[in-house]
Design a binder for this molecule. Sequence first.
Ligand SMILES: Cc1cc2nc3c(=O)[nH]c(=O)nc-3n(C[C@H](O)[C@H](O)[C@H](O)COP(=O)(O)OP(=O)(O)OC[C@H]3O[C@@H](n4cnc5c(N)ncnc54)[C@H](O)[C@@H]3O)c2cc1C
Length: 449
Amino acid sequence: MYDPLLDKTPGCNVPYPTSYWAGQQQAGPGYPALQHDCTADVVVIGAGYTGLNAARVLAERFSQQVVVLEAHQPGWGCSGRNAGFVLKGSGRLGAVQLTERFGLKTAQACYREYRLAFEQVAALCQQGAIACQAQPPGYYKLAHQPRFLAVFEQQQQLLNQHFGERLQCLSQAELQQEHLADQQACGALLDPDCFGVNPLQLALGYSQLAEQAGATLYGGSPVLGWQQLLGQHRLQTPQGSVTAKKVLIATNGYTPKDFHPLLNGRILPVLSSILVTRPLTEAERKACGFRGQPIVMDTRSLKYYYRLLPDGRLLFGGRGAIQGRHADKPRYTKALLSALQRSFPALAGIAVDYQWSGWVAVSLDDLPHLHQAPKDSRYAGVSYAAGYCGSGLSFSALAGQRLAELAMGQSIPDLPCYRQPLRRFPMARWRRLGQWLYYQWGRWQDQRH
Ligand SMILES: Cc1cc2nc3c(=O)[nH]c(=O)nc-3n(C[C@H](O)[C@H](O)[C@H](O)COP(=O)(O)OP(=O)(O)OC[C@H]3O[C@@H](n4cnc5c(N)ncnc54)[C@H](O)[C@@H]3O)c2cc1C
């Protein structure tokens, strides 16, 4: 599997992973490769949620001539292979941590931005502008240890009082009798708004919107070379090139090794893995106590997440391998399966129909970042958005818009995630060692009572 920390190119037109989402999709011809030399006002690199939304806004609102270069096909990266949780947040800091780090006012401003992103996706799905199988809302954060119940109460109080939320704390008995009977959960915090979608259909919907707005999309067109001359950037693909004054890098967790100095050493790509079971029988659903189609995440340092899909299958995800070449080793699926069975013993031995992994981009300060190189710098004209830490489905749509606004010289909200560039990891060469150590600590922490 492509490994962004080791490989200098993401490959070219590799098929979508054999995910449940891709299995639901009719294979089409896809977007053609760039086969000539051309110019544009703006080039967007990467056709995930971020790049596609940036392209749409640039074409629609700013009448820019936009070219999107994607190594494979739209949604091939994280955007077409995630779990499809539409949440109000990004990065790894919730409202309580944002408040502790930045104070209440700034935390509220950050949260407003996350909420705006959530509402944009929700509106698109509800209006049916993008048919992506939006499921009924209901997001459960599960306490895997009793001490998290007090944390939930603190979160509920803060969010309901100061952030306009209507969260509900559930005891273990309430959770098990009325919502879902996860045997590992001591209680839950319920957000009644968040919901699940088919992430690949969402990505393909975004690509249609970008195209309809006037952007030109190329698939099978990895950027392999980058030259700068007289304020212009010339991006080389296997069969063509684009020259433009402005370049938006939207490659996020799939950014290849040494791709651009603005990003080198500033992201830790981390594998998240997912399995999807065969459809549950009515008896199994009852035994697991599932009411509705919940989307669920726990409080572990090494989190597990799951959701019941519209056709009754259970999607279950969590930490994957550290290196790309180990991603498909059966022991990682086995580890997920045994976690699933600890939560739902009734599903012991259930068949797994799909398994896949993807690279999320972790930032050093647990925040996503948007950044534009200063006008008088060597990299003038280049901007990026990255580091969503595995929580970017909703935020990326707004991040794309903000990236477009930034590139067009418009002001964007003054928030910590927009104020500073991604910080460089200390001893960046040893990021994987740090990750391994974190996993050891996380395992110990998750078993501690
Ligand atoms: C298993 C998994 C589960 C997740 N679940 C959730 C979830 O439930 N909810 C949530 O909020 N977030 C989730 N995420 C995170 C979420 O999917 C991402 O934050 C989001 O999709 C990022 O979108 P993006 O457009 O920024 O990047 P991506 O979608 O990764 O797009 C980057 C694109 O850049 C392309 N590219 C890279 N290099 C080049 C190059 N040199 N030239 C041209 N193109 C290039 C890649 O091919 C790729 O298509 C999950 C991620 C994973 C992996």
